[in-house]
Design a protein around this ligand. Structure first.
Ligand SMILES: NC(=O)c1ccc[n+]([C@@H]2O[C@H](COP(=O)([O-])OP(=O)(O)OC[C@H]3O[C@@H](n4cnc5c(N)ncnc54)[C@H](O)[C@@H]3O)[C@@H](O)[C@H]2O)c1
Length: 316
């Protein structure tokens, strides 16, 4: 009897949520207000982080900006203050270091307050074949792209749980859903970031902390400079995305409290296809799209390389 009741309830919920999701495809979801929210963006010194900072500044949020690149981060802070009269605070933080994260997080709590929207955006890419990737670069990819998320959650989630209010945003990647040639460490670290954010999403649901939202973003190539030099063969299917377009999509997803966002939309179909076609068909598809060779011309962010060499020289 219990099974019949459980199954009927499940089918009822399933149908209701299906119709709800369908309705939201037609009627846009109500957007929440972020005015007065304390928004922490890691990797705010350039690219998507900076763009997101500008959008949140315009919407009246209080900004907490973290980056290892002090100069870039200060510039974002200056631009945000110029954009609107919001409060913006810049902190130099090396997200590859747990102690640095906890130290700066303590400082933020004392000087600004409890973070209510956490955007884990800082990221690095090596872009070499696996055997050519030095060990410390593999570790760095994991520390920045994935492990840092564990520490930022540990630092800011308790206050969100106490208030049953908050939003956790993970800037992952399409490389967090599919493996790519020359992106072994990056892709594996993004899979880890995705898995961590999704696990916490379910954990918070079980804890009934329904007012702590999760958004996981998986974009393909964006013209921020991080993947400088990369080219795709079929730009009409996999275009090099404009950073402003992606920042707007991310902002919209946060305001509408969407959970999973793949950019561009073509990725939804490509992922379904990947599950049902044979590996040989997958290879033929990646060759057609030019995904197999797109990293061959990778140059990466020059400034990031310079900073990395400078840090390595200082450490030696
Ligand atoms: N650019 C793309 O094609 C692309 C595609 C998918 C996902 N993403 C992801 O989007 C996010 C933003 O990337 P972006 O394209 O704006 O690149 P970006 O290089 O402009 O921004 C990354 C930022 O992270 C900062 N950072 C690097 N190491 C850090 C550390 N140890 N501590 C603190 N900050 C550190 C950098 O200084 C930089 O400001 C990243 O997580 C990236 O993996 C980018």
């Amino acid at each position: 009897m219990d099974t019949i009741v459980d199954t009927s309830v499940f089918l009822g919920k399933f149908l209701y949520f299906f119709l709800e999701a369908f309705a939201y495809k037609i009627i846009p979801k109500r957007k929440k207000s972020v005015a007065g929210e304390i928004v922490l963006i890691t990797g705010a010194g350039s690219g998507l982080g900076r763009k997101l900072a500008m959008h949140f500044a315009r919407l009246g949020a209080i900004l907490v900006l973290w980056d290892i690149d002090e100069e870039g981060n200060m510039e974002t802070c200056r631009l945000a203050k110029e954009k609107s009269a919001v409060k913006a605070f810049a902190y130099t933080c090396d997200c590859s270091k747990r102690r640095d994260i906890y130290r700066v997080a303590d400082q933020v709590r004392k000087e600004v307050g409890d973070v209510t929207i956490l955007i884990n955006n800082a990221g690095v890419v090596t872009g070499q074949t696996f055997l050519d990737t030095p060990d410390h670069m593999i570790e760095r990819s994991f520390l920045v792209n994935a492990i840092s998320h564990f520490w930022t959650y540990k630092a800011f989630l308790p206050a969100m749980i106490k208030a049953n209010h908050g939003h956790l945003v993970c800037i992952a990647s399409v490389a967090g859903l599919v493996g790519f040639n020359r992106l072994s460490d990056y892709s594996a670290s993004k899979f880890a970031a995705f898995g961590f954010a999704e696990s916490l999403f379910f954990e918070l649901c079980v804890l009934k902390k329904t007012e702590i939202k999760t958004t996981i973003i998986c974009p393909s190539l964006i013209n921020t400079g991080m993947f400088e030099g990369c080219k795709t063969k079929r730009p009409f299917l996999l275009p090099l995305l404009e950073q402003e377009y992606v920042a707007k999509r991310i902002l919209n997803a946060i305001l509408e409290e969407q959970v999973y966002v793949l950019i561009p939309k073509f990725l939804y179909y490509a992922l379904i296809l990947k599950q049902i076609i044979s590996p040989k068909m997958s290879i033929a598809l990646t060759e057609y799209l030019g995904v197999d060779t797109c990293m061959a011309s990778f140059e990466g962010r020059k400034k990031e390389k310079e900073l990395q060499t400078e840090r390595e020289n200082t450490n030696n």
